[in-house]
Ligand binder design. Structure first.
Ligand SMILES: [Zn+2]
Length: 191
């Protein structure tokens, strides 16, 4: 019974989380900025679900559909990085004894115009050539020995994918919702 209540609570938070993601989805239609990724962390006790989203160009170097052998190789290599490196990209406190699952990945075609980054330098290069946009989405779960509340998370996203300069992080937990912008892996986020 106890277990069941916990799962119910998890379901509720995931529901809240997806409402939030729906809002993010809406925003994304008019914002696709190269070099900027999004990470959403839903915390439930000693477990967390991490969602990662980034423009495909920042992950595999292009956004058109991979048709040539060389593009397919680049795509597969990037997805393989992503699959195995979730735990290096989102680093939970080692004291908590967390284990990350493999990341499940998908390439998603998106609509809408690319927008310019604040600096203007990261503007979508092939914006005029085609309206093709793709994002890489990934999800993995984390199971720890101790509850995650109050701990801090560090990031190694730019170390794995050099073209990602900035990550917009959102955390949803029992204690509420918070967010932070992590630039080049600097700083951390409290759960
Ligand atoms: Zn793009």
């Amino acid at each position: 019974m106890k277990c069941r209540t916990r799962w119910l609570a998890l379901g509720v938070s995931l529901l809240m989380f997806s409402f939030d993601l729906a809002a993010a989805e809406k925003r994304r239609h008019d914002a696709h900025v190269h070099g900027i990724a999004e990470i959403n962390i839903a915390v439930e006790g000693a477990k967390a679900t991490v969602e990662f989203r980034a423009p495909a160009e920042s992950v595999m170097g292009f956004e058109h559909e991979a048709k040539s052998e060389s593009d397919k190789k680049k795509r597969d290599a990037a997805l393989e990085q992503l699959r195995t490196k979730g735990g290096q990209m989102v680093v939970f406190d080692p004291k908590l004894g967390c284990k990350s699952s493999d990341m499940k990945t998908a390439i998603v075609e998106t609509k809408g115009e690319a927008t310019k980054a604040q600096s203007g330098k990261e503007a979508h290069k092939d914006q005029k050539k085609s309206g093709e946009h793709r994002e890489v989405h990934g999800t993995f779960t984390v199971a720890c020995d101790k509850p995650l509340a109050g701990s801090r998370v560090k990031f190694g996203v730019s170390k794995v994918f050099r073209d990602i300069q900035e990550v917009k992080v959102q955390v949803l937990s029992d204690s509420g919702q918070s967010g932070a912008t992590i630039k080049k892996d600097k700083g951390d986020v409290k759960l």
